[in-house]
Write a protein that binds this ligand. Sequence first.
Ligand code: GLA
Length: 390
Amino acid sequence: MKIFEDMQKVFEEKFGVAENLQKYFSPGRVNLIGEHTDYNGGNVFPCAISLGTYALVAPHSDTKTRVYSMNMSDKGVIEFPMNGLKYKNEYDWANYVAGTVATLEQAGHKATHGFDIVINGTLPAGAGLSSSASLEVLTAVILNENFNFNLDMVEMVKLSQKAENEFVGMNCGIMDQFAVGMGKKDCAILLDCNTLKYRYSPVKLNDCSIVITNTNKPHSLVTSAYNERRSQCEHALKEVQAVKPDLKAWGELTNEEFEKLQDNISDPIERLRARHAVRENQRTLEAVAALENNDIEKFGKLMHDSHVSLCEDYDVTGIELDTLAELAWSVDGCIGSRMTGAGFGGSTVSIVKNSAIENFKKVLSEGYTKKIGYSPSFYVADISDGTHKI
Ligand code: GLA
């Protein structure tokens, strides 16, 4: 593969010649529907995409790891020990790698030597396509492969999420790491985040494609706003649990059950957050059923409703994502469009008739640039397998 040839040159420049370099690929993800439901014990419906993170890896005998990212060349080679690791600002992007090493070690999977690693990512930074989960699961797979930890993918997914929660401090749910690790070509994953039961659902879109549109919004403070949404949902749940002690998560309720219980939530904002969590979960189940019945129009309508709920009840969209979604809804041949991922910037996901893609790009580019002042970018997504050695 051409990408690895380029990486090999960089590898030799940074680390000298190495024999038997190992090659890996870890995808990004796009969530088709089921947003902010994962940490609320609901369902999500993401897929892994062919944009992702490539790694060239050489094991060596000392206990330090040196990583270099071709996307972050200004940061140079970053070096860290393989044992007793703590978060450090100077590790910068490599905290995702270091955090996964540390989390595996805490779980009893100790690395006994380090690596030289060159990373090359095709995921646009800050696009909300899970470049961090991609790096975390990648690191877990590299360690598992080299030290024969015998971890299965779901265990690696859980440890990667733990790294992000505890080492990096983003209180994310399990969706991103799960989609990245467990992805399957041409399938989306229906995952119940309460039980981790999942199944693959083939994404057959007939004459349509999945188009990702990146707002290109400069990086915003996603982590604090995200963690705040999560605590609002948790606080509202506690209030409802006072009258319904067997309720474990919002994902367990139907819309009707929620209507009856909602007055127990004292804060009106928290009531809206919880309402989104319940409705979005139900919507996700309906959407998967629609897709499996080949009813793409209905799937598209539910994508629209999802975006509206994320805007009005969950308040995680913002002018950039709303502008893209509204423009998309106006395009003939766009079946559905919504924000994807955490929100506050990042990307939208749309289902667009192949014959309408050119016009879709034109309408969104022009309308968005006029309103926001800079242009969006487009990627037609290919659904890929999860993290693997090549
Ligand atoms: C981020 C998190 C996920 C999920 C989404 C919102 O991507 O990492 O766990 O909560 O936001 O659906």
